[in-house]
Design a protein around this ligand. Structure first.
Ligand code: DX5
Ligand code: ZN
Length: 220
């Protein structure tokens, strides 16, 4: 059975002076996941926030499933602080050189779900051997680092390849897309096999966020 479509609003597009209010606004729109973008100024040329912010969101009452996207050169050094701060899923990039398999196992040992992420320039084959070790595969549909970029339509064939492996091998991981997602590009990704949709700019700028979330949940 394929997973039903699920929206993960990206807090990167929220108000950084009032992150807790932005997180709660996403929950009030009827969403259960919250995407948290963590940047180190090395793996990507930007900064965002750290584990203290996740802990503060929890203290402020955010109850969502924290979908934590580590854009870090050395993610293995930081999985424990993020797990302790309230992450439910921790996704790590395949591109930097570290023990990917051991880090995924470490994430699960901390009680979190584990995800693997591919940049637009990274082929699907780079993660093929890890498909049995993950709860989620995240296909970046922009070069990571900044919100508000244009969707990369050339990523659709990568989604189709990973969906084919998932189907043929009877695997259950979620297939997530991140970057340039709106109602139209989400539907294109859905058709290519994606089931989990990160949306920053289009969600926070939507005139009716509840209707936006309902539209994602209703995609076929
Ligand atoms: C990009 C981040 C995304 C970002 C998406 O580096 O990984 O999660 O928030 O933003 P939008 O939806 O505006 O493209
Ligand atoms: Zn992200």
């Amino acid at each position: 059975m394929p997973h039903p479509p699920l929206l993960s609003p990206s807090l990167l597009a929220g108000d950084h002076g009032q992150l807790a209010a932005s997180a709660l606004a996403a929950e009030q729109a009827g969403t259960n996941w919250l995407h948290l973008d963590i940047m180190d100024g090395h793996f990507v040329p930007n900064f965002s926030f750290g584990p203290e912010v996740l802990a503060a969101l929890r203290r402020a009452g955010a109850k969502q499933f924290f979908d934590t996207h580590l854009m870090l050169d050395e993610p293995h050094r930081y999985i424990e602080p993020f797990a302790k701060a309230g992450a439910n899923l921790i996704s790590i990039h395949i591109e930097p050189n570290y023990d990917h398999c051991g880090t995924l196992a470490g994430i699960r040992a901390l009680g979190c779900q584990a995800g693997i992420v591919l940049n637009p320039g990274t082929p699907a084959s780079a993660i093929e051997s890890l498909l049995t070790e993950v709860d989620l595969v995240l296909v970046m549909t922009v070069q990571p680092g900044f919100g508000g970029q244009a969707f990369r339509r050339d990523m659709l064939s990568k989604l189709q390849q990973i969906e084919k492996w998932r189907r043929e091998r009877g695997l259950k991981f979620r297939l997530e897309v991140d970057g340039g997602i709106d109602l139209a590009t989400a539907q294109e990704c859905r058709t290519a096999g994606a089931d989990t949709f990160v949306a920053g700019t289009s969600f926070y700028r939507a005139s009716d966020r509840t209707a936006y979330a309902t539209s994602i949940a209703g995609m076929v």
